[in-house]
Design a protein. Structure first.
Lengths: 595, 242
């Protein structure tokens, strides 16, 4: 069937108000309808939106989930965080491919199915996991993969697959004020209206709420600055692009506490004077979309969104959900805004910061999911209540996503200031040897540092907490992360575009047993360049996993070094491979010693 | 009296809103750069112009000058890091100066010389990149592209054509053109476009003019990139272009 027949392009474009700023959403809808984004569709889209074709192609080729060639009726993407690997992902993927007689990264001969890897999909507590046509299936084992293979062979449409395959439990192991208390929708808004916007802002300030995305910028300062900034309109953006490998706490907040999140956004809207909000949901959380839309609809019906919220004249605010398309960098707030505007997710030059010049170059507050949820609780229960939890510099609670070598992986809501050791006891990780706090871009700590605390003044975290036991090879952990960063670098600036690939190649060289002390120094040098010169946080932190594991687990590296001085990257014998193929020779004289 | 800041100890006057790069250029001080061009909106991607601004590193082309700030640029450490960046640009592409028509007029080569780059240092990536010779007057040699986006900006902001864009991401980022076929000949690109003469390397180059000036007598054969007067904003007189 020609794709024109299945993809209602004018309809999709009209649904997104013919606005090129919604290009990422338009491309998502095209791909959901057609399976691909073909070249002639881009031409027709360029005409419909009246933008140059090259602009659409730039965006379409930037995001991992957009593709020009068909991946068949079923696209299977295995989550490839090191946690998935530890849970047997490689073996299971191989098993699955054998069952269906196919090779990864190659469309099956009948054009039915395609298998590949993707970056962490936010299910590290239920690893290994996969995405089928964008929908997550957690807790993979042979039996579940047998079922998936059968359904594919029977060509069953995804809508008819057993729902139990797609069930994702929250795994909240230690509830707290955000995850454990009942919240009556509207409670925070009523308190806000009773107290007024200014007093509510003062409460957020008193609460000492700091951004939960990891950076820890004071929320009240951001809101106050945006409130003061002049513009045609103000916007509230919720960053739900939870892409840091090992993090999944926003998944839980959105799945089970969406009212809290939306209410926090609405509180913010009242404070800064915004009429529109956007929730940027990572593409990997596609399965949450319908549920979130229904929560929004319910809130509109209840007068908690829309015109004159709770009868308050002029309190108008509504929220639209945008889906990402497979780009970790969009978790960076200015890249997220670029993506919301239909462009490749490349971080902007700053200043100006979004509070003055954000979405559509208007004053915009961008906060993490958990920050908005906390803000709603603060509006409801007051700043003093919140500030009483945690430490003086890090008030409140923190949702920690625990995965890896422990008996009870899941979400733990802990007061700030808790020690790593306490968390390890809580989650049943007696054998822990190392913890990656806040994901690859965060901090790797060894067993010697387990008395350190989760707090902005010690171990700042966006929420990931990956536990590694004595048996784990910390070199392989770091190598997995270098592959991740090389894959996710946006390519805008020289140091990150080239440096992340240099790091990846060097780690692969070491893994192949061809490394030397020279390579270790080279990686430190690349880290120095990245930290000083990269354009954004991704680049600044991309070498952290390597340099930190090198420092804390030197044995993992040293036993791989071939020589302690120098080893050439150039493989003499490998260079002759093509010549051997052409001449059909493979005798002794067709080989060169690399020694 | 206008405001001033210091650059390597030298007092530099500036107008409100000017970047460090703009003020330095106006004062005749060279800060190494590749993606910057005074005619176009600052881009900040090559990071070669990274300077120390009161101890914090930032790109001179995108950071605004501020009264009294202390900027350092010509330090041994910064130039060593810049050299690494140029080396990164060399190994991620396929740059073969001895056989390149742009040799001697190439800013990448000239800045490499200026920074004392003697080897590429890092292992080459040897990427497979497309050469597009379809256009009657212009050659698109992607092996030499450093993704500075000057052609993208020139075509969009000056020519009003949008001939160029960047496709892909990360190390797979590449220069793409505004045609379904992907061929330059199928765009409305013209040899008289501003975008035709703005490439700092030999990635976008005019056909049949490659060797009209012999190697050895070209711009950067005679002058270091640092000692030349600032780029004139007027078109057609650009140094090291075309």
């Amino acid at each position: 069937m020609p794709e024109q027949d299945v993809c209602d392009l004018p309809g999709i474009v009209a649904r997104w108000h013919r606005d090129p700023a919604n290009l990422v959403q338009i491309l998502r809808d095209i791909q959901e309808a057609c399976g691909t984004i073909p070249s002639d569709t881009i031409d027709r889209l360029a005409a419909l939106l009246d933008v140059p074709r090259v602009r659409i192609e730039s965006t379409a080729s930037f995001y991992a989930f957009f593709r020009a060639e068909s991946h068949g009726a079923y696209e299977i993407l295995f989550s490839d965080n090191v946690i998935d690997r530890m849970a047997g992902k490689e073996t299971l993927k191989q098993y699955f491919c054998e069952r269906l007689w196919l090779e990864p990264r190659k469309l099956s001969e009948d054009g039915l199915v395609y298998v590949d890897d993707t970056a962490d999909i936010g299910l590290a507590d239920q690893a290994p996991a996969l995405l089928v046509n964008g929908y997550a299936i957690p807790s993979l084992d042979q039996a579940r993969l047998d079922l998936v293979a059968e359904l594919i062979r029977a060509k069953k449409p995804l809508a008819e697959w057993p729902p139990m395959l797609f069930e994702v439990p929250d795994n909240v192991r230690k509830p707290g004020p955000l995850t454990g208390e009942a919240f009556a929708p509207g409670a925070a808004l009523r308190a806000l209206i009773a107290r007024g916007a200014e007093a509510t802002l003062a409460d957020v300030d008193l609460a000492n709420l700091r951004g939960r995305g990891g950076a820890g910028f004071k929320t009240a300062t951001k809101w106050a600055s945006c409130r003061k900034a002049e513009g045609e309109s103000h916007y509230v953006v919720c960053n739900a692009d939870e892409g840091e490998p090992g993090t999944f706490k926003d998944r839980v907040l959105l799945a089970s506490h969406a009212d809290l999140v939306f209410e926090g956004m609405t509180v913010c809207a009242r404070v800064i004077g915004a009429r529109q909000g956007l929730l940027y949901l990572r593409g990997e959380y596609r399965n949450l979309l319908e549920k979130l839309k229904s929560v929004l609809a319910r809130r509109r019906d209840a007068g908690l969104l829309g015109q004159n919220i709770l009868g308050e004249q002029g309190f108008d605010f509504d929220i639209e959900i945008h889906l990402g398309a497979g780009a970790y960098i969009c978790g960076e707030e200015s890249a997220l805004i670029e993506s919301l505007e239909g462009k490749p997710g490349k971080p902007r030059n700053r200043p100006p910061f979004p509070d003055r010049c954000g979405y559509r170059n208007q004053p915009t507050v961008v906060n993490n999911v958990e920050t908005f949820a906390s803000a709603a609780k603060i509006a409801e229960r007051g700043g003093a209540w919140f500030a009483a939890m945690g430490t003086p510099q890090s008030a409140g609670t923190k949702l920690v996503s625990i995965s890896g070598d422990c008996r009870r992986p899941g979400v733990y809501e802990v007061p700030f200031g808790v020690t790593v050791r306490q968390i390890l006891i809580d989650c049943g990780a007696e054998d822990a040897h190392a913890v990656q706090v806040s994901g690859p871009s965060g901090t790797c700590i060894s067993f010697r540092e387990f008395d350190r605390r989760i707090a902005f003044e010690d171990l700042a975290t966006a929420g990931a907490f990956m536990v590694f036991s004595r048996e784990r090879d910390m070199f392989e952990v770091a190598r997995n992360f270098t592959h991740f960063f090389a894959h996710e670098s946006c390519g805008f600036c020289t140091p990150c575009r080239v440096g992340t690939t240099l790091l990846k190649n060097t780690m692969d060289k070491l893994a192949a047993g061809k490394g030397s002390a020279y390579d270790m120094n080279e990686m430190k040098h690349i880290m120095h360049i990245l930290r000083g010169m990269a354009h954004c946080g991704l680049g600044h932190t991309a070498a952290n996993p390597v340099v930190q594991t090198m420092e804390k687990f030197p044995d993992a590296y040293e036993r791989r070094l071939k020589r302690l001085d120098f080893e050439p990257a150039f493989d003499l014998d490998g260079a002759l491979a093509t010549a051997r193929l052409i001449t059909g020779r493979d005798d002794e004289w067709a080989h060169l010693a690399n020694e | 009296m206008s405001k001033t800041f210091t650059l390597d100890g030298k007092v530099i006057p500036f107008e409100e809103g000017e970047t460090i790069m703009e003020a330095a250029t106006a004062a005749g001080v060279y800060i190494p750069h590749l993606c910057h061009h005074p005619e176009f909106k600052p881009h900040g991607s090559c990071k070669l112009c990274t300077v120390s601004i009161g101890g914090r590193l930032g790109a001179a082309c995108t950071n605004r000058a501020e009264e009294g700030m202390k900027v350092e640029s010509e330090t041994e450490a910064l130039n060593a890091d810049r050299r690494s960046l140029v080396q990164m640009l060399f190994v991620e592409g396929n740059h073969v100066c001895p056989s390149c028509e742009k040799s001697g007029n190439c800013q990448l080569q000239a800045v490499g010389y200026h920074l004392g780059m003697l080897t590429p240092h890092f292992p080459h990536f040897y990427p497979a990149r497309d050469v597009d010779a379809s256009h009657p007057d212009m050659l698109l040699e992607r092996n030499r592209c450093i993704l500075c986006e000057l052609c993208v900006r020139a075509s969009r902001d000056v020519d009003g054509k949008n001939v160029f864009g960047i496709g892909g991401r990360g190390i797979r980022a590449r220069l793409i053109v505004n045609a379904a076929t992907g061929r330059l000949a199928d765009t409305d690109f013209s040899v008289t476009d501003r975008a035709a003469e703005v490439c700092p390397t030999g990635a976008i180059i005019r056909k049949r003019y490659g060797f009209t000036v012999p190697i050895g007598k070209r711009l950067y054969d005679r002058h270091s990139i640092a000692e030349l007067p600032p780029l004139p904003a007027k078109r057609g007189e650009g140094r090291g272009e075309g």
